[in-house]
Design a protein around this ligand. Structure first.
Ligand code: UDP
Ligand code: MG
Length: 336
């Protein structure tokens, strides 16, 4: 198996002490759920005889989740806390978790107990069958129908159409990945839900698995209808990237060239009228058109070239995190 370069860099010897699974949990004001969640994950994975680590990323909580994580990490050897400096959003929190995860497989789930840790072994078993990404499908979802389920249905349909990856439930946080897949994905905006789509573009094998879903027991949801809009904007970005961004010169260069050729032809015709036939051309609308076409052509052409340069930079610059970590709490070393 290919070991992601980032893991090698961070841990020196890449193979020593690598757990089978890293469970990544973004946490924003989930102080009541946290102890139950960590206990449930530990119980399930211990019962399945899997080596594991739990990585809880505190996304700038104000309810004491960070303090609780610190406390818990002092007594547990399986818990790593990553505390972000402020609230960056779920996508950034997950990206931070991915960065610190060392496991051969990475499982993500929500910190609010809506996903069921008991499903983790099922996802991992599916991963073992040879898939790169197993995505949970909340078949019986326990959220409000009008404000949550309906927008989500529409969004899922749209995302499927645009990206070409047909999943029932993009929004489900409970997913399992092979670590290589995650290692070189950069996340922005609300892009975590597009991970399957991004992975698909990279040629990953993706499968869907029905999982349990529970109503929220503690705390409140961090999202409202506003999220639907942000998801749509991200979808637009993805669509644009897929269509044009890899070869901007093909679009802008062609348009620019056409415009320039037309401008040159018209200019040539007008020059002939002026110089050859001695006609006055100063008040002809055609002159304005020729000039505009020429200028537009040059601009579009340069725009395409600039776009190409930007894309090179975009693709080649890697490893710029979208978060700043304040502190990483290492697990205590257990010698007993
Ligand atoms: N979350 C986060 N940062 C945020 C918002 C949410 O880390 O800015 C976490 C949150 O703690 C939870 C997960 O992301 O673990 C999903 O959030 P939530 O349960 O509110 O979403 P919902 O289930 O309502 O879609
Ligand atoms: Mg939730």
């Amino acid at each position: 198996m290919l070991v992601p370069e980032r893991l090698v860099r961070r841990n020196g010897d890449s193979t020593q002490g690598v757990p089978a699974v890293s469970v990544v949990v973004p946490v924003y004001n989930e102080v009541e759920s946290l102890p139950h969640l960590i206990e449930a994950i530990a119980t399930t994975l211990t019962a399945s005889h899997l080596s594991y680590e739990i990585i809880c990323v505190d996304d700038g909580s104000s309810d004491g989740s960070a303090q609780l994580l610190k406390q818990l990490a002092q007594t547990r050897s399986d818990l790593r806390g990553v505390l972000l400096r402020r609230n960056y959003g779920q996508t950034a929190a997950m990206a931070a978790g991915f960065y610190y995860a060392r496991g051969r497989a990475i499982v993500t789930l929500d910190g609010d107990l809506q996903n069921d840790p008991a499903d983790i072994p099922l996802l991992l078993a599916k991963l073992e069958e040879g898939y790169d990404l197993v995505s949970g499908w909340r078949k019986h979802r326990q959220d409000a129908a009008l404000t949550r389920l309906l927008p989500s249905k529409i969004a899922n349909w749209l995302i499927g159409r645009v990206t070409g990856v047909q999943l029932h439930d993009y929004g489900c946080s409970l997913k399992a990945y092979r670590s290589e897949l995650v290692a070189d994905m950069n996340l922005y905006g609300e892009l975590h839900r597009f991970l399957p789509a991004l992975a698909f573009i990279e040629g990953a094998r993706i499968v869907e698995l029905p999982v349990r879903h529970h109503a929220r027991r503690y705390g409140r949801s961090k999202y409202g209808l506003w999220r639907t809009f942000r998801v749509l904007m991200d979808l637009l970005t993805i669509w644009f990237m897929k269509r044009f961004l890899t070869r901007p010169m093909h679009v802008f260069g062609l348009l620019g060239l056409l415009s320039m050729i037309l401008g040159v032809l018209l200019g040539g015709y007008l020059s002939f009228l002026k110089l050859g036939l001695g006609q006055s051309i100063g008040n002809r609308p055609l002159l304005i058109l020729a000039v505009v076409l020429l200028l537009t052509g040059v601009q579009l052409f340069s725009f395409g070239l600039l776009g190409e340069l930007l894309m090179r930079t975009y693709h080649e610059s890697q490893g710029r995190p979208i978060y700043r970590v304040r502190e990483v709490i290492e697990p205590v070393v257990n010698n007993t």
